[in-house]
Write a protein that binds this ligand. Structure first.
Ligand SMILES: *Cc1c(COP(=O)(O)O)cnc(C)c1O
Length: 393
């Protein structure tokens, strides 16, 4: 199958994806899809996005040959340095794309949900840049746990709205954001942060993040004169990994490995939707979901705040069942080892999310001696030092 056909016109990647939403949301989603398809083709939109990605966010990011780590593990390891972007992670690629779309649609107000606050900070950032009002829904539990990011959002002029329903975490914040959107769709744009949710979000976010893989492809061909053997990235909702993988979809010799978080390693405490979940519907799309035997969504747990999500994007579900990608798990303690390994080998402190992918290189390199591996370093680790400190003691 060519990747031009996925998703199909109804938003399905094979059997996954779609729009499992109340009727009131259909009109909002159809409008968004129509505008996205038209606007994203325009040269002026492409030019403006390119301008902000390079001048404001810092693209292109280097594809860095990690000499010490390569020697240490016995494979040729390249790091795609998304950690060097403004705000310290890949999320800004998507936020810039969608804020330009919102501006084009004449929206005055931006809303978003956030769990650990990383996406909230990125949305608050781009909203400030374009002078748009910004309100971020965040579970009341998360507001207490993530004080630094709440402060960042407020400094950036965003209003943080604590959500006191349910488990007071990410999924409750999502429900509130959607309720708001349906009520205020005339002037409001809902800026989703990963390759999840109802069509057209999974493929729109994928397109905006594909700049990661497109750059990496050019860079590796220049440096090695050939394609890599493996692409490795951590998978939360799935946006940094899909951004890296997608431009290589047709290159069958390139293997994709998505690394999920196994949390503390106990079966009931993990975030590995693809490895441990079942097919189900979460937030408007059919995919793999962590659910109990009654179909209730389980709470996800991981040492990495950005991987703490009970679902995963539908395109990854499609890659899994068609075996285009392989999905593996790394637990909290292993991720901390990955964090230390990259810090000590290369002088680069990674975020805990990509530390999962870094740790997996240790396993992979045993079977892939001297092979070329590109790993997505999705973010930098400053935000995680307090968490790591608890493990190092
Ligand atoms: C949010 C986040 C992730 C997880 O999100 P994806 O959509 O799976 O990419 C990974 N790494 C970092 C640094 C993040 O902030």
């Amino acid at each position: 199958m060519s990747n031009k056909k996925i998703p199909d016109s109804r938003g399905y990647f094979g059997e996954f994806g779609g729009k499992y939403v109340p009727e009131t949301l259909w009109a909002c989603l159809l409008e968004l899809e129509g505008v996205y398809k038209e606007v994203s083709r325009q040269a002026s939109f492409k030019k403006e996005l390119k301008f902000y990605l390079s001048e404001y966010a810092g693209r292109p990011t280097p594809l860095y040959f990690a000499k010490n780590l390569s020697k240490h593990l016995g494979a040729k390891i390249y790091l795609k340095r998304e950690d060097l972007l403004h705000t310290g992670a890949h999320k800004i690629n998507n936020s810039l794309g969608q804020i330009l779309l919102a501006k084009h649609m004449g929206k005055r107000r931006i809303i978003a949900e956030t769990g650990a606050g990383q996406h909230g900070v990125s949305v608050a950032t781009v909203s400030r840049l374009f002078g748009l009002n910004c309100e971020i829904y965040m579970g009341a539990e998360d507001v207490l746990r993530q004080k630094a990011n709440v402060l960042r959002m407020r400094v950036l002029g965003a209003k943080v709205i604590p959500v006191c329903n349910g488990s007071k975490t990410l999924k409750d914040a999502c429900s509130e954001a959607i309720r708001d959107w349906v009520t205020n769709v005339g002037d409001t744009y809902y800026l989703l942060g990963s390759t999840v949710g109802p069509h057209p979000y999974p493929y729109m976010v994928r397109d905006f993040q594909s700049v990661i893989g497109s750059e990496a492809k050019k860079q590796i061909l220049k440096k090695e004169k050939k394609l890599p053997n493996y692409l490795v990235a951590c998978v939360g909702g799935g946006s940094n990994s899909m951004g890296l993988f997608h431009p290589f979809f047709k290159e069958k010799s390139v293997k994709f490995i998505g690394v999920e978080a196994a949390g503390s390693g106990l079966n009931s405490f993990n975030s590995a939707s693809l490895t441990k979940g079942e097919i189900g519907v979460l937030q408007g799309a059919k995919s793999f979901v962590l659910q109990d035997k009654f179909g209730q969504i389980k709470e996800a747990h991981s040492v990495a705040p950005g991987l703490d999500y009970p679902g995963v994007g539908p395109e990854h579900a499609f890659y899994k069942v068609t075996k285009r990608a392989e999905y593996v798990t790394v637990d909290d303690r292993q991720a901390i080892k990955g964090f230390k390994m990259l810090s000590q080998q290369e002088g680069i402190i990674p975020a805990l999310e990509p530390s999962h992918a870094i740790y997996y290189l240790k396993e992979l390199a045993k079977a892939a001696k001297n092979k070329i591996i590109i790993v997505c370093l999705s973010g930098r680790g400053d935000k995680d030092l307090d968490i790591v400190n608890q493990y190092i003691k």
